[in-house]
Design a protein around this ligand. Structure first.
Ligand code: 5GP
Ligand code: ZN
Length: 114
């Protein structure tokens, strides 16, 4: 989608600190990190919100989830722990409408979230 920020990062039109990419999934550092590790895992294909997922996307979401776990492990967070989050729409504070899994680690994370 031409006016989507994350599509532009995926396409290399806007710089992004990319930590992983393959033909379906891209991961890059969040520009406003909320923890020592804060990476966003996104599908290359534009999907606006979790509400837009279909059963055909189940494999893609599985890949995103396993990639998030791999990135957390690479950053040394597997044993102590980390958090993955999808925000969906206004009440959750979604600001970029291209689905992204936040991977947060490296500090104690409070629960419940704010
Ligand atoms: P949301 O609030 O939609 O769940 O998360 C969007 C995330 O994208 C935020 O954590 C925000 O810091 C991040 N973000 C916004 N603009 C940019 C950008 O230009 N580059 C990168 N790498 N992250 C961004
Ligand atoms: Zn997009």
């Amino acid at each position: 989608m031409s006016d989507c920020l994350f599509c532009k990062i995926i396409a290399g039109q806007i710089p992004g600190a990319i930590v992983y990419q393959d033909d379906r999934v891209v991961a890059f550092k969040d520009i406003n990190a909320q923890a020592p590790t804060h990476v966003l895992v996104v599908p290359r294909r534009h999907i606006a919100t979790l509400n837009d997922l279909t059963p055909e996307d189940d494999g893609l979401v599985g890949e995103m989830t396993r990639r998030a776990a791999a990135i957390a492990k690479e950053h040394g967070h597997a044993d102590r722990g980390y958090r993955t989050v999808f925000n969906c729409n206004a009440d959750a504070g979604q600001t970029v409408f291209h689905i992204h899994m936040h991977v947060l680690g490296g500090r104690r994370l409070a629960w419940p979230p704010g």
